[in-house]
Design a protein around this ligand. Structure first.
Ligand code: C5P
Length: 229
């Protein structure tokens, strides 16, 4: 059995992938299944946490015991995560967030034309993880997690210079833990297994061997629980 080391803790997990509308029927999206975020939510519930799961376009069965907030776009995800994370003990951004969205959303379906189609212009989306870090800094709440400042966890897919790029991202985004997925080794979206290195602010990286996404989730919660105690 799992330890009840997250009992009484309020935890927010984002999962899945955001979709950005082009017109009423089309969107720009990604292949995130939500499996890792759902595994994080399930294992946190099993360890005693009160979990809010912000799910972007996930079709998996609801994890028992978690509060689920369903979102579609990055703007929706941002609103839901910022609201749920106020006063939370930990926030884990496992969702694949669209970096760009169509600059304008067409009110009606774009029609097929004989000539060349119009290009879709893109606009930058806000970086929610970086915003969580900035908000914590601005609040001067970089105290121990026990004081309620909240542990911030990000995910990143890096293909090369994993440690150097990951450490830079950890610092840039102001998070406490950054789970760096080893991509490009036949590991695919939608698979039940994962391998990763968890980078720790002010600590040594933790290697999590290839295995079920629950194992990676438990490794993350071990590190979160240690920072909260
Ligand atoms: O910068 P990069 O996309 O590699 O960072 C990935 C991490 O940042 C993930 O935790 C993801 O949920 C988060 N992210 C975010 N907002 C964005 C892009 C990524 O919160 N616009």
């Amino acid at each position: 059995g799992r330890p009840l080391d997250l009992a009484g803790r309020r935890i927010v997990v984002s999962a899945g992938g955001t979709r950005e509308a082009i017109d009423p029927v089309r969107f720009i999206g990604n292949r995130s299944s939500g499996l890792q975020g759902y595994a994080l939510a399930r294992t946190a519930v099993a360890r005693g946490a009160e979990v809010t799961l912000v799910a972007a376009n996930v079709t998996l069965p609801d994890p028992a015991g978690a509060k689920i907030v369903r979102v579609e776009s990055t703007a929706d995800l941002r609103d839901a995560v910022l609201e749920a994370s106020a006063g939370a003990d930990a926030v884990v951004m496992a969702a694949a967030v669209a970096d760009f969205r169509p600059a304008t959303r067409q009110g009606s379906k774009i029609k097929k034309t004989d000539g060349e189609p119009e290009p879709i212009r893109l606009a930058k989306n806000p970086d929610i993880l970086a915003e969580l870090g900035e908000r914590r800094r601005a609040a001067g709440a970089a105290r121990a997690g026990a004081e309620g400042s909240g542990v911030i966890v990000g995910f990143a897919a890096e293909t090369d210079d994993v440690l150097a790029n990951g450490q830079a991202k950890l610092a840039r985004k102001g998070c406490d833990l950054l789970v760096v997925n080893q991509v490009g080794e036949g590991l695919a979206f939608g698979t039940p297994d994962n391998a990763a290195t968890v980078l720790v602010a002010g600590g040594e990286p933790v290697e999590v061997p290839f295995g079920p996404k629950e194992d990676l989730a438990d490794a993350v919660w071990d590190l979160v629980a240690a920072r909260l105690s």
